[in-house]
Each structure stands twice: as C-alpha cells, then as structure tokens.
Design a protein around this ligand. Structure first.
Ligand SMILES: Nc1ncnc2c1ncn2[C@@H]1O[C@H](COP(=O)(O)OP(=O)(O)O)[C@@H](O)[C@H]1O
Ligand SMILES: Cc1ncc(COP(=O)(O)OP(=O)(O)O)c(N)n1
Length: 270
C-alpha cells in the first residue's frame, strides 16, 4: 500500500523537552491519528513534569524559513499553532499562512503553562486577535484564555456564550471553550460555538494531576481530523475522545504533572 495520498498536517509551536506538550505532543497525536506530521518550532523550552525551567524563543526569521521550506514543497491540508510567544512571531506566522493560502488552521491560544510560566507575552495578545484569529477555522481557548481573549470574567454558561460571541467577532469561524479548568464539576465539558452552532462535548472528569499537554493534544487531534477532511463538529468529537482516553490511561512517569498517554485512543478503538 502506498502513502502518497496521506494528509499532511503542520504544527507551529514550542518544543517541550519533557515530551508531554508542545511540538512533541502534537507530532505524537498526528502519528496516532494517521496523518503525516510536520513542524515549525517557535521556541525551545527546558521543561519536564515539574515545570518550565527555561524559554528560548527563536528569531522570527528562523520561524519564517521553516514555514517557507514546508510551503515550497509539502503543502499541509491542515495546521495548528501552539506556543507563539511574541507578536513578532505571530505576525511572521500570519504572513506565511496568508502567503501560502493555508486553510483549516486551528489556533490553540497557549498563554500560561500549568505551573504558571508565561508562554505568550502580554503584548502579543492583540496581535493574536488581530492577525491570526481572522485566518483560523477553529480557536481552542481554555477558560482563562477565553477570559483574556474576550475581556470577560466567565462564571456561568451564559458568560461562556457571551465570551464565544466576542471571540467569533475577531473573524474566526468556530471557537471551542474547553472546560478542563472547571474543577468544581464532575464532568469536563467543552463547548463548540459557531455562527449557528452550539455543541457540547462532555466526558467524566478524571481525578488526576497527569494532565500535562492536554490542550496541545486536543488541538492537534482537531487539526489531524480536519486534515483528513472531517467537519469541525466531527473533528472536535474525535479530539474529545482522544484526549479523554489519553487522560484516563496515564503513563505514570515523572514526579510532577505527568504527560497523557497518546497510545490510549488507538488501543481503545482497536
Ligand atoms: N481532569 C480532566 N478530566 C477529563 N478531561 C479533562 C481534564 N482536564 C482537562 N480535560 C480535557 O482536556 C482538554 C484540554 O482542556 P484544558 O485543560 O481546559 O486545556 P489546557 O490544557 O489548554 O489548559 C479538554 O478537552 C478538557 O475537557
Ligand atoms: C512548549 C509548550 N507548549 C505549550 C504548553 C502548554 O500546553 P498545555 O497543553 O496547555 O498543557 P499544560 O502546560 O497546561 O500542561 C507547554 N507547556 N509547553
């Protein structure tokens, strides 16, 4: 069997030396969901399950050159962004996405790692909203990120809807507000909003601290499914099942917030 028609999917994100989040989580997810993974690295982090110990952004030109190398030879059917760090890197990425006409972009608006380290400068939020969200098909904020993007405090379900409407106004087609941070609930509910769409994806909340990289994994799974031609609704459904399996069957490695298990979904659908 040949693989000439395999979907090619690109991640533009930071490197996590510990392997649980960032580029490493994205490429593992792509492989598990049967797409060919490519990467453009925006920053190198020295990171493990105990936290982020160093952040080294790449020069914007290094990001641009990686994207041109991919764009000139390996057209992606879908792509996702993760840690982008600065407005310069965001503007560089947006310019290349426009230049190559890349569609099916998932923006994971990564801001702060679970341990509290900043992965996006405050000055970069405006560039994210102004330059990248209008190019995106889906944006996947967690609750604090949705608050930052919308300028609202989110307490109720109605607040989530209002925040989603404000985020959609930047020009993105769909927003998924993830519920992982709603720790008082016994389900973790992610809600997909579009112009005429509200869809809830609920799963039992797992009592674990091994959730490092859940957001990256979720967004990467959406991008993989979009790359194969899925609708946004179906892509989010697969991503929810993928991340749930990954959280329910942790690897048990590291002494802090351990990584999820990227093999678990494939093993569960066998
Ligand atoms: N303890 C948990 N149990 C079940 N699902 C979870 C848990 N924590 C996060 N998730 C899911 O993982 C994905 C990422 O969520 P979230 O933690 O909100 O994002 P981030 O990692 O960007 O902070 C979402 O699908 C969310 O519902
Ligand atoms: C390099 C890098 N990128 C993104 C993140 C954040 O990942 P996320 O999936 O939101 O997981 P936590 O950091 O919340 O565990 C990261 N840590 N590193």
């Amino acid at each position: 069997m040949g693989y000439g028609n395999v979907a090619k999917v690109l991640t533009i994100a930071g490197s996590d030396s510990g392997g649980g989040a960032g580029i490493q989580a994205d490429l593992k997810t792509f492989q598990e969901l049967g797409v060919y993974g490519m990467s453009a690295i925006t920053a190198v982090t020295a990171q493990n399950t105990t936290g982020v110990h160093g952040v080294y952004p790449l020069p914007p030109e290094a990001v641009a050159q990686q994207l041109r190398a991919i764009g000139d030879d390996l057209e992606p059917q879908a792509l996702k962004t993760g840690m982008l760090f600065s407005s310069d890197i965001i503007e560089t990425v947006a310019a290349q996405v426009r230049a190559y006409g890349w569609r099916r972009l998932v923006v994971d608006p990564v801001m702060i790692a679970k341990g509290g380290a900043s992965l996006l400068r405050e000055e970069a939020v405006a560039a994210l909203c102004r330059s990248l969200l209008p190019l995106a098909e889906v944006v996947t904020p967690n609750l604090p990120e949705a608050e930052t993007l919308s300028g609202l405090t989110i307490r109720t379900y109605a607040d989530r809807l209002e925040a989603a409407e404000r985020i959609l106004a930047y020009g993105v087609k769909y927003v998924v507000i993830k519920g992982g941070h709603g720790e008082e609930l016994d389900t973790s509910v992610d809600v997909l909003y579009g112009a005429d769409t509200v869809v809830e994806y609920a799963a039992p909340r797992v009592a674990t601290k091994q959730t490092h990289g859940t957001g990256c994994t979720f967004a990467a799974a959406i991008a993989a499914e979009l790359g194969k031609g899925a609708s946004v609704r179906d892509a989010v459904s697969v991503a929810k099942s993928f991340v749930q399996a990954a959280i329910e069957h942790p690897l048990g490695i590291g002494s802090g917030h351990g990584p999820t298990n990227h093999w678990a979904y494939r093993e569960s659908v066998r």
